[in-house]
Write a protein that binds this ligand. Structure first.
Ligand SMILES: [Zn+2]
Ligand SMILES: [Zn+2]
Length: 419
């Protein structure tokens, strides 16, 4: 057997985990500050939830889902995204009965059978935030403000907010027809996938990366020119609320979200901090999703952040690796017994102390302490211990002092934890 993970599935190793924990902690703090609560949803759902929620004619449902039949013959799917499941939970538990407005976030792995490439995985992680039950454009602005605040909180700079409106179920059919007509005239230019999309979901042609398709897209009609007065008013208000909060934005009429359920406000945040333009995350309003999955007419808006991608864009100078506070080096049997006792005490007080388990020489213990990048080493020699003292060595400036064992943990706490 080959000891290797499945292609597209990866490990996050201890030297990377600091970034993950930082991103997750910041998300919790920012979102909860905006009145959001965490929800945890299952990894598996009935396949139907996604085919109906995301839409049959999408890449996700057509070719990217991990779908299988369980032992009872049910078709199940590993969640490819979180919004449909969160909406399902809101309906199933009748959360609207308590309060029609639900502000929820969740984080965890999603699964899509995509071609693995650098930075893209088949099991990938998302942080999702959604507001259910409010159609007011004020909430569109609030969600966007929260997203920007979060991104700045993790250190992302040079951000640009891009906006578009995708219309609603009243006005979008008219645009679809217009788009069909337009692309039908360019059909020779379209790739095989887009030929099919032209029949099933012409909006998805905008997502195509094939060069000839991109050329065909260049002068396609813009959805913003076809939205109804209600959608226009909604969009104008979103822009006004963003301006009131001091946020600047640019309009991007070519932004069309790949999933069927999006309506009205669509947004994307791009970063220019690594030179080129990098899409960081996006989201939007989806006032049709609930009807697709459950029959109730409930508006929703939210965003999903790809965590792997976000982490790859984080500023490099930030130090995330967690090193032990202290190495305890011991000599002789008595030294080891003391070291063991002491390390246990320190752990209970939240001090990350490491010791040598193998009775190695002081020299090799110090080498390990260096490798672990600890700030201090405590040396427990038999002579010093007899006098009730130990040696504390500062690993940065190489200075050392003898300190009494009495009151040692107090001293270490103040040196290492600052309290
Ligand atoms: Zn409309
Ligand atoms: Zn194409």
């Amino acid at each position: 057997m080959e000891t290797k993970a499945i292609r597209g599935f990866n490990d996050v190793l201890p030297d990377e985990i600091g970034k993950w924990q930082f991103v997750e902690k910041t998300a919790r703090e920012v979102f909860e500050g905006f009145g959001f609560s965490e929800i945890r949803i299952p990894i598996l759902e009935k396949t139907e939830l996604f085919t109906r929620g995301i839409g049959e004619a999408t890449d996700i449902v057509e070719k990217e889902m991990y779908t299988f039949t369980d032992r009872s013959g049910n078709s199940l799917t590993l969640r490819p995204e979180a919004t449909a499941s969160m909406a399902r939970a809101y309906l199933e538990h009748q959360m609207y009965a308590f309060d029609p407005v639900a502000k929820l976030y969740c984080m965890g792995p999603m699964f899509r059978y995509e071609r693995p490439q650098k930075g893209r995985y088949r099991q990938f992680n998302q942080i999702d935030a959604e507001v259910f039950g409010v159609g007011n454009p004020m909430v569109d602005a609030e969600v966007i403000i929260m997203l920007i605040h979060f991104l700045e909180g993790v250190g992302m700079g040079n951000l640009e907010l891009q906006l578009n409106s995708l219309g609603c179920r009243e006005c979008r059919p008219r645009y679809r027809e217009e788009l069909k007509k337009f692309f039908a005239g360019k059909s020779a230019q379209l790739c095989e996938d887009c030929q099919r999309r032209l029949q099933t979901n012409p909006l998805r042609i905008f997502d195509c990366k094939v060069e000839t398709c991109k050329e065909a897209i260049a002068d396609a009609p813009r959805v913003i020119d076809f939205i109804c007065p209600e959608c226009q008013k909604h969009f104008d208000q979103v822009k006004e609320y963003l301006a009131m909060a001091g946020l600047t934005y640019v309009l991007n009429p070519r932004m069309v979200r790949g999933l069927d359920y999006y309506t009205r406000t669509a947004f994307e945040v791009v970063s220019y901090s690594l030179g080129a333009q990098n899409a960081v995350t996006g989201g939007g309003r989806y006032d049709n999703l609930f009807q697709e999955i459950g029959g109730l007419d409930i508006p929703g808006i939210g965003f999903a952040i790809g965590v792997e991608r976000l982490i790859s864009l984080l500023p490099k100078e930030k130090e995330f690796i967690q090193v032990p506070h202290l190495f305890v080096a011991a000599l002789g049997e008595e030294g080891y017994r003391e070291a063991y006792k002491l390390v246990n005490q320190l752990h209970l007080q939240g001090i990350r102390a490491e010791l040598d388990y193998e009775g190695k020489s002081l020299k090799s213990q110090m080498r390990r302490a260096d490798k672990l990048k600890v700030r201090y080493t405590l040396i427990l020699g038999e002579n010093e211990l007899r006098q009730g003292r130990v040696v504390l060595r500062n690993m940065e400036d190489k200075s050392q002092e003898e300190v009494p064992i009495d009151g040692l943990s107090l001293l270490l706490r103040s040196k290492l934890l600052g309290h």
